[in-house]
Design a protein around this ligand. Structure first.
Ligand SMILES: Cc1cc2nc3c(=O)[nH]c(=O)nc-3n(C[C@H](O)[C@H](O)[C@H](O)COP(=O)(O)OP(=O)(O)OC[C@H]3O[C@@H](n4cnc5c(N)ncnc54)[C@H](O)[C@@H]3O)c2cc1C
Length: 399
């Protein structure tokens, strides 16, 4: 059996597709296994801050993304307690120039389609749809990766395997069966509204974050600003895996119908006809690599979405992993395992800090009573530039 220069990636989500492009740019042949027959429309908006958009632009995606993404002019932080906006953080062109890359909001399907388009145009990458990672075994020449398409099993010899197969990762289950996703006791509800159906003050190019008692609400334009993406996060016990279970409109409207929520927040929630929901899980721990196999994105470290960095961290992982593996070109096989360890070592502190920030943000958003009052006052006193500067360590990152 000859040694292979092929890297197999399980999962064609945001992390897997980005990793494929980053690895191909460094001279590897890449095979992506994706269990679904076609990349789903499911999902809604994602935020891509400059740390992530910079990586995508470096991979040549600027043009494909610029037509689909929206550059918000500002983030408005609103409080149910004080009934309106407590601070507005300017983004837009000035912030893009400062960070050297744009802040984008985009439909997940648009981002995935742009990445898939780039992958399809790359002769060094083969995307196998309807093909599921099943098993792997290490041997002297690398790895054998077993995959299944319908009733047919197939094998591939590879130098490395990357588990980018999301929160319910089969690759992680194979490597670290003791690591299991943990339910956070929170449900994210999402819906989209045609922008023409809402009054203009709700459809401007802004990210609106409404903090309220035990819940919060985020709204921003996607799909070239034709749609408004709305996500409401509330506590709950429903914990089924998946991204797109139908949600009962009455149930979520009920949460926001309380007089503690001001009219504009109720109006946004009331405008959605069809809700989808997903239970929020996180993946704990820091075990991301074993031999020539590594995990990235949600498979390694699924986090709460409250720092808006789930996709961003998967994209950063992809860039760092490709860099580490790129440094092993022309080196013998054992160096792959060392590169995987280096990747995990480089990523762990940052990802852990972002996970912690997301958790803390969620707690702050959901404060009630006098604690909420103190929060609003503290944010106002801090002022826009200091609040924004607190994000610099996330946005200024470079691979
Ligand atoms: C359908 C869907 C909708 C989503 N919607 C939202 C949303 O609206 N908002 C939000 O913030 N986040 C959403 N997410 C999550 C978000 O995309 C991720 O948190 C983030 O982008 C990190 O992505 P990832 O590449 O690590 O994992 P994911 O984006 O979850 O991608 C994992 C991929 O691996 C594939 N896969 C799983 N098991 C196997 C296997 N055994 N073999 C081969 N392929 C496999 C999956 O089909 C999927 O395409 C969604 C994810 C999915 C899959």
């Amino acid at each position: 059996m000859a040694a292979s220069r092929t890297i197999v990636i399980a999962g064609a989500g945001i992390g897997g597709l980005t990793a494929a492009l980053a690895l191909a740019a460094r001279g590897f042949r890449v095979v992506i296994l994706e269990k679904t027959e076609r990349l789903e429309e499911a999902g809604a908006g994602l935020q891509l801050s400059p740390n992530a958009s910079r990586v995508l632009i470096d991979l040549g995606l600027q043009q494909r993304l610029a037509t689909r993404a929206v550059t918000p002019e500002a983030v408005s932080i609103m409080s149910a307690q004080s009934g309106g906006e407590i601070i507005r953080l300017p983004l837009g062109e000035a912030a893009s120039a400062r960070a050297g890359a744009p802040y984008w909001v985009i439909h997940r399907a648009d981002l995935q389609a742009a990445l898939q388009g780039e992958v399809n145009d790359n002769p060094d990458i083969e995307l196998r749809l309807g093909c599921q990672f099943e098993d792997t075994a290490a041997h002297a020449k690398g790895l054998t990766v077993v995959q299944r398409r319908g009733m047919t099993r197939q094998q591939e010899v590879a130098m490395a395997l990357i588990g980018a197969d999301g929160i319910w990762s089969s690759v992680r289950q194979h490597l670290f069966p003791q690591v299991q996703p943990q339910f956070a006791g929170l449900i994210a509800w999402r819906g989209t509204v045609d922008a023409t159906l809402l009054p203009r003050e709700y459809t401007s190019r802004r990210v609106q974050l409404w903090m309220g008692p035990n819940a919060h609400l985020v709204a921003y334009p996607i799909s070239a600003a034709r749609q408004i993406n709305i996500v409401a996060v509330v506590p709950g016990n429903w914990s089924r895996p998946g991204w797109s279970a139908p949600g009962d409109t009455g149930e979520i409207k009920n949460v926001f119908s309380s007089p503690q929520w001001p009219g504009p927040a109720r109006l946004i929630v009331g405008a959605v006809d069809e809700w989808r929901k997903w239970a929020l899980f996180t993946v704990p721990g820091g075990e991301w690599s074993h031999g020539a196999i590594a995990l990235l994105g949600d498979a390694a470290h699924a986090m709460l979405p409250f720092a808006a960095q789930g996709a961003g961290m998967a994209i950063e992982d992809a860039a760092v992993l490709a860099k580490c593996l790129g440094e092993t070109q022309n080196e013998p096989a054992p160096s792959i395992a060392l590169a995987m360890q280096r990747y995990a070592r480089l990523r762990l502190p940052r990802v852990t800090q972002v996970q912690r920030t997301a958790r803390q943000s969620g707690r702050i958003y959901h404060l009630t009573g006098s604690a909420a009052f103190a929060r609003d006052l503290a944010i106002k006193l801090m002022g826009a530039s200091r609040v924004l500067a607190r994000q610099d360590w996330i946005y200024d990152w470079r691979a």
